[in-house]
Design a protein around this ligand. Structure first.
Ligand SMILES: C[S@@+](CC[C@H](N)C(=O)[O-])C[C@H]1O[C@@H](n2cnc3c(N)ncnc32)[C@H](O)[C@@H]1O
Length: 153
């Protein structure tokens, strides 16, 4: 059992994200990537789905990858199961089990620092992204808020 497996049950309680904020972040992401109903998303390190949840609920095709089954179990619990538009895979983000050019958008929040070598992760994200794909990364949510940015990404 890894670190995130052990803390999964209290993860959301220690990082509260009120629903209006969560929905606003989803609005911002969808606007940034000019999402259409066909847009496909990959979120390595999806965790409990704090960021992905509203996008999944809106019906977008979403794939989440995490090394921790327990973190993804929390997400399944919040969704009451696994909806048809969601695929959850236990895997290492440094060795993604997907073909080249598989996704339109790759999104990571607070996970690059978890990788032994973030350059390997970035290389994998580029590999699985379509040539015109978009990578969004957020590692400094609190910092952006302090600076008063309207964008959390
Ligand atoms: C700080 S949490 C962030 C979770 C979520 N993105 C969020 O913003 O709430 C880091 C997540 O990355 C996952 N993780 C850590 N190392 C990983 C790896 N090598 N491959 C895939 N996921 C990993 C952890 O299990 C955890 O769910």
């Amino acid at each position: 059992m890894n670190y995130y497996d052990r803390i999964a049950h209290l993860y959301d309680a220690t990082r509260p994200l009120p629903s209006p904020v969560s929905e606003a972040i989803a609005d911002c992401i969808l606007q940034l990537v000019a999402a259409t109903p066909e847009t496909t998303f990959l979120e390595p390190g999806i965790g409990t789905g704090r960021i992905g949840l509203p996008i999944i609920r809106r019906g977008y095709t979403y794939t989440g990858v995490d090394i921790s089954q327990e973190m993804m179990a929390q997400l399944r619990c919040k969704l009451g199961g696994t909806p048809v538009n969601l695929t959850l895979v236990q895997a290492d983000a440094s060795v993604l089990p997907f073909a080249d050019n598989s996704f339109d958008v790759v999104l990571t929040t607070h996970m690059l620092h978890c990788l032994p070598d973030w350059r390997v992760g970035l290389s994998e994200f580029r590999r699985v992204l379509n040539p015109q794909g978009i990578y969004l990364s957020c590692e400094t949510l609190i910092c952006h808020r302090i600076k008063g940015s309207s964008s959390l990404i």
